[in-house]
Design a protein around this ligand. Structure first.
Ligand code: SF4
Ligand code: FES
Length: 249
């Protein structure tokens, strides 16, 4: 038996595989991208984030990666993995094959290596007023009681309230790529989330905000947002609901 086949048997017993990780990283000092390639031993339970942190720990401490929760909640580990925007902490490494190519999230300005600036997302998100609006000023700012809801009322917006603001839908959207003014799937789905809330009275204000070519009418229904959302939010469906409300207004 050759040393190579012995090594392969050993690796399969331990569930280990050696993968090639190719990373496109942004260098802010030179304002350009460069590529680093690593060979890493990966277990079948490792996520892409685990692999990246192993690279930082054992191989290259200069590599910048952003993460926090490591469980698909904080939304900070979004990146392009084998051509698709995904959460690194929710993506199994071995299932991607022998070679993994990682780039920063598209449609956002890079900051360093795999870290991008999500501020454009937060800015657009704020534009749709993602909070409960009440017509009564006093009630809005000094509520005296809870606003109760029936389970079926919560069901109208529950799926859209799962958004973790990771920006993955924005990175997947071809309209965001071609028109930076387009609000995009995340803010539009959040506009619908609040309009659909029975406690909210700010529907007309938000419909005014989204009624334009940079709002609901800019969407070409490519569906890439919903296909890539790690929380199954379905922004494309929210945009269709929103467009219907705009037309009926
Ligand atoms: S809609 Fe989905 S993909 Fe888009 S920001 Fe929210 S959680 Fe992320
Ligand atoms: S580290 Fe929080 S979503 Fe991945």
């Amino acid at each position: 038996m050759t040393a190579r086949s012995e090594m392969l048997i050993q690796e399969s017993k331990l569930g280990l595989k050696t993968l090639t990780i190719k990373i496109k990283r942004y260098d802010p000092e030179k304002n350009r991208f460069r590529t680093s390639i690593y060979r890493m031993e990966v277990s079948r339970y490792d996520t892409v984030l685990d692999v990246l942190l192993k690279i930082v720990r054992t191989n290259d401490h200069t590599l910048s990666v952003r993460y926090s929760c490591r469980m698909g909640i904080c939304g900070s580990c979004g990146m392009t993995i084998n051509g698709k925007p995904r959460l690194a902490c929710m993506t199994n490494a071995i299932s991607l094959g022998e070679k993994i190519e990682i780039e920063p999230l598209r449609n956002f300005p890079p900051v360093k290596d795999l870290v991008v600036d999500l501020e454009p997302l937060f800015h657009k998100h704020k534009q749709v007023k993602p909070w409960l609006i009440r017509k009564d000023f006093e009630e809005q700012f000094n509520p005296k009681k809870e606003y109760l809801q029936k389970p079926e009322e919560v069901d109208r917006y529950r799926i859209f309230s799962m958004c973790i603001k990771c920006g993955i839908c924005m990175a997947a959207c071809p309209t965001v790529a071609s028109n930076p003014r387009f609000l995009g799937p995340q803010p539009l789905s959040q506009a619908y989330r609040w309009i659909a809330d029975s406690r909210d009275e700010g529907g007309l204000v938000r419909l005014e905000i989204v009624d334009s070519q940079d709002g609901v009418f800019g969407c070409h229904f490519a569906g890439a947002c919903s296909a890539s959302c790690p929380k199954n939010v379905d922004p494309a469906l929210a945009i269709q609901f929103l467009r219907r409300l705009v037309m009926r207004r």
